[in-house]
Structure formats: C-alpha cells, structure tokens
Design a protein around this ligand. Structure first.
Ligand code: V3L
Length: 85
C-alpha cells in the first residue's frame, strides 16, 4: 500500500521507521483508540504507550524511546535499523 502516515521511533540523531508488520499493528491500535500496543521487536517485547508516545522495553522500563506518527515522506535514518544509503 501507499499509506500517507507511518510510525517512527527515535534514534541517536533522527528517526527510524518501524518495520511494516509493527506499523500495521500500531495503526490498528491507534485507529481503535487503544492506550498501548505490544510489539515483539527482534525477540524483545516492547510496550508502545500511545498516549505518551513512548516505546518501553517490557523487561527493562528504563529503556525508552520517543515515537511519533508522521508523514511517510518524512526523511528517516532507515527502516527498523536498516540504513538508507
Ligand atoms: N524496531 C527495531 N529495532 C528496535 C526498535 C524498533 N522499534 N526499538 C529498539 N530497537 P532499546 P542509532 C536501534 C533496537 O530501546 O544509530 C536502531 O534500529 C535498537 O535498534 O535500548 O542510535 C538501530 O539499529 C537497539 O539496537 O531497547 O540511530 C540502533 O538502535 C536495541 O533494539 C542504532 O540506531 C535496543 O534498543
């Protein structure tokens, strides 16, 4: 699909796009007005808090990142840790 919006998580100096599967889950949770969305990212469980726009590692809540839903055309570092060259 060519969706207008995508979900992003914060990197060191810019934003990464979520992988497509996670993006679908986040869109679904967002459109259903759910408070949270649970994601399995590279074998690690994260809670995405959609009210405060943060992603939190479930087994270590000190590990958190800002997230945002923004235009798909936004310049980003890449997708889920895969860099755009
Ligand atoms: N999707 C994919 N990997 C993730 C995600 C996610 N939503 N969240 C965390 N990780 P933490 P720079 C990121 C990875 O938050 O140079 C990037 O994708 C995370 O990967 O402490 O700082 C890059 O691969 C990290 O490797 O739980 O911008 C990498 O950081 C690991 O999970 C470097 O990006 C621990 O993250």
């Amino acid at each position: 699909e060519n969706e207008k919006y995508h979900w992003y998580y914060e990197g060191r100096n810019g934003w990464w796009k979520y992988d497509e599967r996670s993006n679908v889950d986040l869109e679904s949770a967002f459109n259903s007005n759910e408070a949270q969305c649970l994601l399995l990212l590279a074998g690690t469980l994260y809670v995405v808090d959609l009210q405060n726009n943060i992603q939190i590692r479930r087994n270590d809540p000190t590990k958190r990142r800002r997230i945002k839903r923004d235009l798909t055309t936004l310049p980003s570092k890449g997708i889920a840790g895969i860099k755009i060259l």
